[in-house]
Design a protein. Structure first.
Length: 493
């Protein structure tokens, strides 16, 4: 598990370079010795959850493992010896900054009624638990994995935890400490994760140096949930978003689209998913790719989806590319630095086989992204209730451009990594991140040899498409039986 992390990736904890050392757990608490929630500092709060948060709670009540395996996290280094008193104050300031971190939403398992309590600023304390030194890296990993699996259930508070790891050192004074954080997906999303290292580091530096953290103001995810309920009141099966989803699902017999290649049957026993992480473009290649795609109007994201379609056609012969893509719902500037699950999903489908050029696919993908983006503003769980849909996505493609996130260029220097929990589903998720260090693709997929071969083949073809467009501005859209042509005979974009 040793070695350097040269670039930022989104992987499981097992893929992070964890050294041996001393673990300290930092677990939030509110009035642990009080006799009632009110005495502890919890206040009744009539603000509802977001739709996706409520749906996640109900799924977890029905299947507790759904909550155990739904955390996101991060890891990063802080230089120097850890000042534990300053770190404790920094964590408390961070909790006070984000109201969602000191609020607990629950659903009564008998009545099904949703309720919430929220602790005011200053009501939170921290349990600090230092473990004995671990002399082996695998012991540290096992401890972290178990802790995060157990402490991130959406059904309890806190559904998140911090851990610091002071690595063993031959010197008397370690040169850094590694911070690990994990939280249930119900209160954070992918963008939330990339904000945490910046915020906590700045707050810690404020406590140790007196230099003001200078963080952006942030709105509350609880207010977002209340606003979402207001904006989506009256949504039924006749709503434009419901009609669009019904049309999209009907194209595949009421099911979500599957991965372009066969991933085989679901295993008879519960098997953890496999993962993949690869760097598919350098920063220079990504810029060249963007320039090529803009010749037709749309930019990088449309080009990326067009490349997905071209790769799908090349490996499977499917004449139409279909997937589900998450889109952020931080539509007000006050949510820009907020923590929460600010994500909707939209359908994406466009024809590939009759495309006259790769540029034609870029136009089609861009047009569909623009057309279906409003659909993502209406939570799919609300659409599902309104239309009686009881199916889940099987093939999802997510994209984030994090080049301009706070301190993004320093992430390799502090070994920053986005983390995700283990999963056991029979599906394929792809995450593409454009970072200052290039473009990374991460994937989780069914834990079978068939699925692994399919995903690796698809990613390999996708990389070939991206490389061709970035280097030559051209790519021939072709079916599996069509041989690749040299660059001089390929169609111009």
């Amino acid at each position: 598990m040793g070695g350097a992390v040269p670039k930022v990736e989104f992987t499981e904890l097992v893929d992070y370079p964890i050294p041996a050392g001393t673990i300290t757990e930092w677990i939030p608490s509110v009035g642990p010795h009080a006799s009632t929630p009110e005495d502890a500092g919890w206040l009744e709060d009539d603000r509802p959850t977001s739709f996706v948060h409520e749906a996640h709670l109900r799924r977890t009540i029905a299947d507790p493992s759904a909550g155990r395996e739904s955390w996101l996290g991060t890891a990063f280094d802080i230089p120097g010896t850890l000042d534990k008193a300053a770190f404790r104050r920094a964590v408390l300031a961070w909790i006070d900054r984000h109201e969602g971190m000191r609020s607990n939403a629950t659903i009564d398992p008998d009545s099904g009624v949703l309720s919430r309590v929220t602790a005011p600023v200053g009501a939170t304390d921290i349990w600090v638990i230092q473990q004995d030194e671990c002399t082996r890296a695998d012991e540290v990993y096992e401890h972290l994995q178990h802790l995060f699996d157990e402490y991130t259930s959406p059904l309890v508070w806190p559904s998140y935890a911090f851990v610091t790891l002071e690595p063993r050192s031959t010197d008397d004074v370690p040169d850094h400490v590694t911070v690990f954080f994990a939280a249930d997906h119900s209160i954070i999303d992918g963008l939330s994760i990339v904000l945490i290292a910046h915020e906590l580091t700045r707050l810690y530096e404020e406590e140790t140096t007196g230099v003001h953290a200078g963080l952006f103001p942030t709105g509350s995810y609880l207010d977002f949930g209340e606003l979402e309920r207001t904006l989506c009141s009256g949504v039924d099966h006749t709503h434009d978003a419901a009609v669009e989803w019904s049309r999209f699902l009907a194209e595949n017999g009421g099911q979500f689209p599957s991965f372009p290649l066969d991933i085989g049957p679901a295993p008879e026993v519960r098997v953890p998913q496999n993962g993949l992480s690869a760097w598919i473009m350098t920063p220079e290649e990504a810029e060249s790719f963007t320039v090529a795609c803009r010749k037709t109007g749309p930019g990088f994201l449309a080009g990326l989806m067009a490349a997905m379609g071209a790769a799908s056609y090349a490996v499977s012969g499917a004449p139409r590319f279909r997937t589900v893509t998450p889109m952020h719902t931080r539509h007000d500037p006050s949510w820009a630095a907020s923590l929460g699950w600010f994500v909707g999903v939209a359908p994406l489908a466009f024809d590939v086989a009759d495309g006259e050029s790769f540029g034609d696919l870029v136009v089609r993908a861009g047009s569909e992204l623009a057309r279906t983006k409003p659909v993502s503003k209406v939570p799919f769980d609300l659409i599902a209730d309104a239309t009686g849909v009881d199916v889940l996505p099987r093939f999802v493609v997510s994209f984030m451009d994090v080049r301009f996130a706070p301190d993004a260029r320093t992430w390799p220097d502090i070994n920053a990594r986005a983390l995700r929990s283990k999963k056991y589903d029979h599906d394929v998720y792809l995450w593409i991140h454009r970072t200052p260090q290039g473009v990374n693709i991460s994937s989780r997929f069914a834990g079978t040899e068939v699925a692994a071969a399919a995903v690796h083949r698809f990613v390999g073809e996708l990389r070939a498409v991206l490389t061709a467009v970035a280097s030559t501005g051209t790519y021939l859209v072709h079916a599996p039986e069509t041989p690749h042509l040299d660059s001089e005979t390929r169609m111009s974009i």
